[in-house]
Write a protein that binds this ligand. Structure first.
Ligand code: CTP
Length: 404
């Protein structure tokens, strides 16, 4: 919840119905610890009041270049110098066109132009009707805006306020928040491909029942998010979990260990890093009944025979790429006792350079964790923290160990 602690964000609003989402975005920024300075264009004021944005940000809103509150009468300089980032949400087609031409005829556009480009990143969240979005002029402008160094966040697709359906909706506040937080993370995995397994597997007994475990997938999803934030191209192979896919991460849903193995083997041939966080069921019922196994009235219980599942991590770690050092494999060990000794033995048994140990029962389903990093040089404890913060630390540790 403190992902933007100490950051000062200029939140710019331009004209668009999506301004109603900017109220929630502003609240989200504040909740993450940011201070927020809202700047609105005259068109934005047609959609939402400065009073609303002032109440949510806890600061008076700026709307005019000629705001006499600034002693030097230069709000465009003062406000843009203070910022750690500027986020324009919603960013209208007209405002995008203005940015591309370097026009500066209102406070927000002059701030975008006056900001120190090396120090203050500009992120824009477009919002417009689908025809305006698809128009060659808008698409051309977006290419130019990116070339000029702005980070153009995507758009959502779906029902639009005008009654039409298509691309051009502003992203949801939570998505924009995730993108903004990501923009501050060091890009230590830029250009790398990362594959993560996450969650439990489900081994069917019959069409109704099966064997699974308490893994929530939270750690794996946090690692997928952290790797993406660090600039990697990320695929998460997920067992049955109820989690939102992190922004920009490709997700392959599977159920059983064998499906997880197939999906993983399909994804790793071009990967640089493989991180196995999934709590893969070690065994599956030897046979899967076609129909529900019924009580027969005798009081006898059915006997279930098990067969061993493939070890996904071991299989990947034995592959050519891993053996040649082109695929860096990371394992997790969920233990219930003797963590350091078990984790060290497991790292060697799995034949991998890095293993993360944790105590399973104290982490399953939780939002925080404490871990041990185990490699050939020894054991390094990582103190209790949120899973996302531990995931970011792990990503940095992995980045140190792989070729640039
Ligand atoms: N793993 C895997 N495929 C399996 C079993 C485990 O890929 N069939 C991976 C897990 O994702 C994890 C690591 O291997 O990264 C260790 O998992 P864990 O269940 O702790 O170890 P096991 O090898 O199953 O050993 P044991 O259950 O005996 O402790």
């Amino acid at each position: 919840m403190d992902d933007l602690q100490g950051k000062h964000i200029v939140l710019g609003l331009t004209g668009g119905i999506a301004c109603y989402k900017s109220a929630e975005l502003c609240r989200g920024l504040v909740k993450e610890g940011a201070t927020v300075q809202v700047v609105m264009t005259a068109a934005a004021e047609q959609f939402i009041t400065a009073v609303t944005m002032q109440a949510l940000s806890g600061r008076t809103v700026y709307t005019s270049q000629w705001d006499a509150r600034e002693p030097n009468n230069m709000p465009h300089i003062n406000l843009s110098r203070e910022a750690d980032a500027m986020l324009i949400a919603p960013c209208s087609a007209d405002f995008i066109a203005k940015l591309v031409h370097g026009r500066a005829d209102d406070l927000l556009s002059v701030m975008c132009l006056a900001r120190p480009v090396d120090r203050v990143p500009l992120l824009v969240a477009p919002a417009m009707n689908r025809e305006m979005w698809a128009h060659p002029a808008t698409q051309r402008n977006l290419v130019q805006l990116s070339a000029d160094g702005a980070q153009v966040l995507g758009v959502g697709s779906g029902f639009q306020a005008c009654g039409e359906t298509g691309d051009g909706r502003m992203l949801e506040p939570a998505q924009l928040l995730e993108d903004l937080v990501a923009s501050f993370q060091p890009k230590v995995l830029k250009g790398k491909r990362v594959v993560v397994t996450a969650g439990p597997t489900f081994e069917a007994l019959d069409p109704i029942r099966g064997i699974t475990n308490h893994s929530s997938g939270k750690m794996g999803f946090a690692i997928a998010r952290a790797a993406r934030e660090a600039g990697a191209d990320v695929t998460v192979v997920a067992g049955p979990v109820h989690l939102d896919t992190p922004r920009g991460v490709q997700r392959i849903d599977v159920k059983s260990a064998r499906q997880m193995l197939d999906a993983t083997m399909g994804a790793v041939p071009t990967a640089d890093v493989f991180i196995a966080t999934a709590a893969v069921a070690d065994w599956r019922p030897a046979t899967e009944a076609d129909h529900k196994i019924k009580k027969d009235g005798s009081g006898d219980c059915p006997t279930i025979h098990f067969t061993e599942n493939p070890d996904i991590l071991h299989t990947v770690a034995q592959g050519e790429r891993a053996k040649q050092g082109r695929l860096f494999c990371v394992g997790f060990a969920a233990e219930s006792r003797d963590l350091a000794a078990n984790a060290q033995a497991k790292r060697e048994r799995k034949g991998i350079p890095l293993l993360v140990g944790n105590i399973g029962p104290t982490t399953f389903g939780k939002d925080d964790n404490e871990m041990l990093l185990v490699d050939a040089s020894g054991v390094q404890p990582l103190a209790r923290a949120s899973k996302l913060s531990l995931a970011r630390t792990l990503v940095q540790e992995i980045a140190k160990r792989i070729p640039a």
